[in-house]
Design a protein around this ligand. Structure first.
Ligand SMILES: NC(=O)c1ccc[n+]([C@@H]2O[C@H](COP(=O)([O-])OP(=O)(O)OC[C@H]3O[C@@H](n4cnc5c(N)ncnc54)[C@H](O)[C@@H]3O)[C@@H](O)[C@H]2O)c1
Length: 251
C-alpha cells in the first residue's frame, strides 16, 4: 500500500476525478475526507469506501468560501488526523469569452477553481509544517497551459493554479511540503456530460493523438503516485495526462 496510514483530503470527491481519487487513496491505505458541495455525493463516496472496509468521512463544503475551507481542514484533523495529503480538485468549467460572461460568472470560476487552492492550502500548511511535512496536489488542466477558445475564465483560473502550485512548492520545500499539479486533457466525467458523444468523438479524433478516452481512474493513479513517497523528490511539477494533445499540433 502506497499511502498506508496517510490522511487525505480530496475536494470535489463526490464525482469524477475526485471520487476516483478517493477510492484509489483508500485502496492504498489512506483515511479519506471526501469533500463536496453536494452532501449526498460526498456521503455516497464515503459510504462506499467504508463498506469496502476503508475509513472515510464526508464533509459538505463550498471550497470557495473561506470559513468552509478552514472548517474542512479542521474537521479532517479532528476526525481522521492531520492531513498528509490535500488534493485540491473541485472545479467548474464554464464557457464564454470575456465579453460574454458577467463579472459574477468570472468571480465564481476564479473563486472555485483558483482561490480555493489558496484558501485550503493556507489552512492545511501550518498543520502540515507542525507534523513534519505533507503533499498538496492540484488539478488544473491542459487549458491552463494553452488557453482554449471560448473558455476565458476557466483558462485563466487554471493557468493561475499552475503557477500557484510552483509558488507553494518553492515557499514550503524546506518545510518538507511538496506541491504538484495534474493537467488532464479531456476526461470522461460528469463535467463533460453536456458534450454530445458524436461531437466529443470528433473533437478527440482531431486533437488527441492517442485513441480512446482518458478515465477518471487514470488521473487518480497519477495522484496516488504524486501523493506517495515514491515521488518524494518531485515538487513544483506540471504533470500532463492528455493522450498526447500537448505534444504539438495534431489536427
Ligand atoms: N473532465 C475533464 O475533461 C477535465 C479536464 C481538465 C481538468 N479537469 C478538472 O478536473 C477537476 C475535477 O473535475 P471532473 O472532471 O472530475 O468533474 P466533476 O464535475 O465530476 O467534478 C467536480 C466536482 O467538484 C464539485 N464542486 C464544484 N464546485 C464546488 C465547490 N464550490 N465546492 C465544493 N465542491 C465543488 C462538484 O460538485 C463535482 O463533484 C476540475 O477541477 C476540472 O476543472 C477536468
Amino acid at each position: 500500500m502506497k499511502l498506508r496510514d496517510k490522511v487525505a483530503i480530496v475536494t470535489g470527491g463526490g464525482s469524477g476525478i475526485g471520487a476516483a481519487a478517493c477510492y484509489a487513496f483508500a485502496r492504498e491505505g489512506a483515511r479519506v475526507a471526501v469533500v463536496n458541495r453536494s452532501p449526498a455525493k460526498a456521503e455516497a463516496v464515503s459510504r462506499a469506501i467504508e463498506s469496502e472496509g476503508g475509513r472515510a468521512i464526508a464533509i459538505a463544503a463550498d471550497v470557495s468560501v473561506s470559513a468552509d475551507a478552514r472548517r474542512l481542514v479542521e474537521a479532517t484533523a479532528a476526525d481522521l488526523g492531520v492531513p498528509d495529503i490535500v488534493f485540491n480538485n473541485a472545479g467548474i468549467s464554464p464557457s464564454g469569452r470575456i465579453t460574454d460572461i458577467s463579472e459574477a460568472e468570472w468571480d465564481e470560476c476564479l473563486n472555485i477553481d483558483l482561490k480555493s487552492v489558496f484558501l485550503i492550502a493556507r489552512s492545511a500548511i501550518p498543520l502540515m509544517i507542525a507534523a513534519g511535512g505533507g503533499v498538496i496536489l492540484n488539478t488544473a488542466g491542459t487549458f491552463g497551459i494553452r488557453a482554449a477558445k471560448n473558455k476565458a475564465a476557466y483558462s485563466a483560473a487554471k493557468a493561475g493554479v499552475i503557477n500557484l502550485t510552483r509558488s507553494i512548492a518553492l515557499d514550503y520545500a524546506r518545510d518538507n511540503i511538496r506541491c504538484n499539479v495534474i493537467c488532464p486533457g479531456y476526461v470522461d466525467t460528469p463535467l463533460n456530460e453536456g458534450f454530445p458523444p458524436a461531437a466529443r468523438d470528433a473533437f478527440l479524433d482531431q486533437y488527441q493523438p492517442l485513441s480512446g478516452l482518458i478515465g477518471a481512474a487514470d488521473v487518480a493513479e497519477m495522484a496516488v503516485y504524486l501523493a506517495s513517497d515514491e515521488a518524494k523528490m518531485i515538487t513544483g511539477g506540471v504533470f500532463v495526462l492528455d493522450g498526447g494533445q500537448q505534444a504539438g499540433l495534431y489536427a
